[in-house]
Design a protein around this ligand. Structure first.
Ligand SMILES: CC(C)(COP(=O)(O)OP(=O)(O)OC[C@H]1O[C@@H](n2cnc3c(N)ncnc32)[C@H](O)[C@@H]1OP(=O)(O)O)[C@@H](O)C(=O)NCCC(=O)NCCS
Length: 153
């Protein structure tokens, strides 16, 4: 399977320009609220400093101080450690500065690259959620991984 096919097997099909504009507006608005509970950061690579991916961090459940992390990297840059490095930086920031108790991440159960990123980040597989994703006309399972503040080094 080529990189684009793989991406669209595990994630949504490419959004339209209007969808993208709406998502960006919603994202920018959510990031203006204080205290900040959503971060969408670009992964850039020096010296060109071009955007090559994103890493997201958002609060999911205030009462238990649970946040969610997510990532995507341009296919030309896969396998160079960028998703792991970017996620590690935002997770470290979250545990140090945002008083986070638990960080979770979700992925399509067949997404081996994303599972590997979670493993490299020291996250534990907390469960397999059955048929929680509707994609390409089918139901798919997903994994939820988590790491606790006392486990983070
Ligand atoms: C998942 C994704 C973000 C990983 O980005 P990346 O920068 O390549 O990640 P890293 O280089 O930090 O680590 C990837 C790891 O997965 C491994 N990997 C890649 N494809 C794999 C496969 N098919 N099977 C097993 N392992 C695989 C790599 O070898 C690497 O592990 P290693 O360091 O032990 O060799 C990237 O593939 C992507 O953007 N995919 C499309 C979007 C997506 O799936 N986002 C995640 C949603 S949950």
């Amino acid at each position: 399977m080529d990189a684009y096919a793989q991406m669209h097997t595990y994630e949504r099909i490419p959004p339209t320009e209007a969808d993208t504009r709406d998502a960006l507006n919603e994202s920018l608005n959510s990031q203006l609220q204080l205290p900040r509970t959503a971060f969408r950061l670009a992964i850039t690579i020096l010296p060109q400093d071009r955007m090559r991916g994103i890493v997201k961090l958002s609060r999911q459940w205030e009462a238990i101080r649970e946040w969610e992390v997510g990532w995507a990297v341009h296919p030309e840059e896969w396998g160079k450690g960028y998703a792991t490095e970017a996620a590690w930086q935002v997770m470290d920031y979250a545990f140090r500065e945002l008083s986070v108790h638990r960080i979770v991440a979700f992925c399509h159960a067949d997404n081996r690259a994303s599972v590997r990123v979670m493993e490299k980040l020291g996250m534990h597989q907390d469960g397999r959620l059955r048929e929680t994703r509707w994609l390409n006309g089918m139901w798919w399972d997903e994994y939820v991984y988590g790491v606790l503040e006392r486990e983070w080094k």
